[in-house]
Design a protein around this ligand. Structure first.
Ligand code: AMP
Length: 631
């Protein structure tokens, strides 16, 4: 048996022994008395009786050995700001922020919603929350007022932290008007809003609600706020992700399990060492941002490079310039970003000294072989795919080079990571598929390892129903992805089993977009389908049956309505969810029993054979799609 195979086997067969050792990677105030309580499946309680603190382990713990070493390197090519905080300086900033939170009434267990661009204050805010046991809920800055309002209602935060604006491609993107509108739309109202004013976009403060960060920071300049020792199961944060219904799911993570899981991943998967520099190009609004911009690298005593800007501005080599300048050792990005770079001059990949870089990790969406090969050749560095989900918090499939060097195979994210008891099940019988090249649903047997979601915020029942009851008679966690395994045990991910789509590595629920489009007065019926796209992996396309078809008389009228619908999605959900096209049909393609033929629509749009159409009620709409797309 290989070294990794026995490491993996032990994690499954001697679960408690294995994770007890991993638990030693972090500081505990009280050591756990039990490693895993799985007496109420599928709810796993990790490190029972232990008390710890995520901020202590990420920041304070390093003060003894590396107080002056870089911890947070902030670079914005949008504003030109570039600043490095040592661990000591980061600790000071986090304590100031923690004191501000306390002064605004935030207590242990309270939720704090963070709606911020990529600025250092966002990192301070997240760390300050977990320092005092407040539960942060970061909402991606690209989401607009309606999406934000649903999340405010679900999380019911005491405080919202935001900023005047973000900036993208040199264009100021105001946040404050969207936030004001979201608060007016939501049922729940926060007690306070803390505003970071970057001086990018003037805004009006709401008296009695809005507080200026700069002012309060000044008041708490010398604040000392100790880390609060929290029960291992205390929620550290919630992070919303899309599912098949319109209501986003609040993925809830614990404190002890998450801290141990990330610390272990930094060692076994990323081979990170204190003093090295980690550059993840994600956004704090996504799970990769939580685990590998903020917490993971800091837990390992590494510096984390937080970047606001595009990969192509001011020039297409800017990332590699940063690698050279800050001696970045680890990079983490998404396939879409690499496909964007592919359009740049390839000479830029070798124009800088990137000798410090050990590997580039990519995740979030399928990594196609040509893209992987292109970047591998261009950089001359290992390209390591990793497959995971918002729910799991760290990779399910990849290679654990820190345990044993294993080759990566392009097209495959890799093998199951320790702790993840990954299986493939037949979708028709629920039977386990053990042979090579057999296609099945990727599931994980409980308990999920440390770091994965404990439950969905405020909804244990939805957690069980959504994830654990999709295979009749079997209590297994479904990833809702199709997969196959090859002869060497490497998995290949073949796409989603549900209606969730993946646009540029961002998971979107088609239902949410459909609900938004339905609110247009001239929309009778709508279907949103994910369609393959060379750059973004997938894009959303909307198919609309209009109420008043006389408004669609000519091409101009159709364009006008298409524009209105796109604008509506933009303003309610944000540009990430905007469909790339809106097509108008006389009716939606459905079976005689009324089920929408998503796969057939998708196939037509992708110029593939739509397959068996014997159950179709009326083929006209598929013809209409063909005509409009000219395929
Ligand atoms: P999210 O929770 O938004 O990160 O989305 C997770 C989903 O993205 C997974 O269920 C997969 O469908 C897809 N995904 C993530 N990483 C990969 C990968 N390396 N290869 C293929 N699909 C991926």
């Amino acid at each position: 048996m290989t070294k990794y195979a026995s490491f993996y086997q032990r994690s499954i067969e001697d679960r408690d022994g294995f994770w007890a050792e991993q638990a030693d990677l972090i500081d505990w105030q009280v050591k756990p008395s039990q490693i895993c309580d799985y007496s109420k499946p599928p709810f796993a309680h990790w490190f029972v009786g232990g008390t710890t603190n995520l901020c202590h382990n990420a920041v304070d713990r390093h003060l003894k050995d590396r107080a002056d070493q870089p911890a947070l390197i902030y670079v914005s090519t949008e504003t030109g700001q570039e600043i490095t905080y040592s661990f000591a300086q980061l600790c000071d900033e986090v304590q100031r922020m923690a004191a501000i939170l306390q002064s605004l009434g935030v207590k242990q267990g309270d939720r704090v919603l963070i709606y911020m661009p990529m600025i250092a204050e966002a990192a301070f805010a997240m760390l300050a929350c977990v320092r005092i046991g407040a539960i942060h809920s970061v909402v991606f800055g690209g989401f607009a007022s309606h999406s934000l309002a649903t999340r405010i209602d679900d999380a019911s935060p005491v405080l919202i932290i935001s900023a005047d604006a973000g900036s993208r491609g040199g264009k100021v993107v105001p946040y404050k008007p969207l936030l004001d509108e979201a608060i007016s739309l939501s049922q729940h109202k926060p007690s306070a809003v803390l505003m970071v004013d970057r001086g990018l976009s003037a805004f009006t403060s709401v008296p009695g609600l809005d507080y200026a960060y700069a002012e309060l920071r000044q008041q708490h300049m010398n604040a000392k706020v100790a880390c609060v020792w929290l029960d291992s199961a205390h929620p550290s944060y919630t992070l919303y992700t899309s599912g098949t219904t319109g209501k986003p799911k609040g993925v809830q993570r614990d404190t002890g399990g998450y801290t141990v899981a990330l610390a272990a991943s930094m060692q076994h998967i990323f081979e990170g060492q204190a003093g090295q520099v980690y550059f993840s190009t994600s956004d704090i609004g996504w799970v990769v941002g939580h685990s590998y911009i903020i917490y993971g690298p800091l837990l390992a005593g590494m510096a984390t490079l937080m970047y606001e800007g595009l990969p192509t501005r001011p020039h297409g080599g800017v990332w590699w310039e940063l690698v050279e300048k800050y001696k970045v050792t680890h990079m983490f990005s998404a396939p879409t970003a690499v496909r964007v770079l592919k359009k740049q001059d390839p000479a830029l990949l070798s124009a800088y000294d990137i000798s410090s870089l050990k590997a580039l990790y990519l995740a979030g969406e399928p990594l196609d072989e040509p893209t992987a090969q292109w970047i591998a050749d261009g950089l001359g560095k290992p390209i390591i795919d990793n497959y995971w989900q918002t729910e799991t918090g760290w990779p399910i499939l990849t290679v654990a080079n820190g345990v044993q060097k294993m080759p990566s195979k392009f097209g495959s994210p890799g093998v199951p990571m320790y702790g993840f008891n990954v299986k493939l099940l037949s979708d028709s019988t629920g039977e386990e598929l053990t042979g090579a090249q057999e296609k099945g649903v990727v599931v994980i047997e409980g308990p999920l390892p440390p770091g994965c979601l404990q439950t969905l915020w405020g909804d244990d029942e939805r957690f069980v129903k959504t994830y654990w009851q999709s295979v009749p008679g079997k209590l297994v966690y479904s990833t809702f992805d199709w997969g196959v395994r090859d002869e060497d045990g490497y998995f290949y991910i073949l796409g989603r089993t549900d209606d969730v789509i993946n646009v540029a590595g961002h998971r979107l629920g088609t239902r949410e977009i459909e609900e938004s489009i339905s609110s247009h007065p001239n929309v009778a019926e709508v279907a949103v389908v994910g369609v393959a796209d060379a750059l973004k992996g997938q894009v959303a396309m909307a198919f609309v049956v209009a109420k008043d078809t006389s408004a669609l008389g000519d091409a101009n009228a159709r364009l006008k309505l298409e524009g209105e619908i796109m604008k509506l999605v933009d303003s309610q959900l944000g540009a990430v969810a905007r469909p790339s096209r809106v097509l108008f049909l006389s009716l939606l393609p459905k079976t005689r029993s009324g089920k929408l033929l998503r796969r057939a629509i998708q196939a037509v749009c992708e110029k593939r054979d739509p397959g068996d159409l014997t159950t179709i009620d009326d083929p006209t709409p598929l013809q209409q799609i063909k005509q409009q797309l000219d395929v």
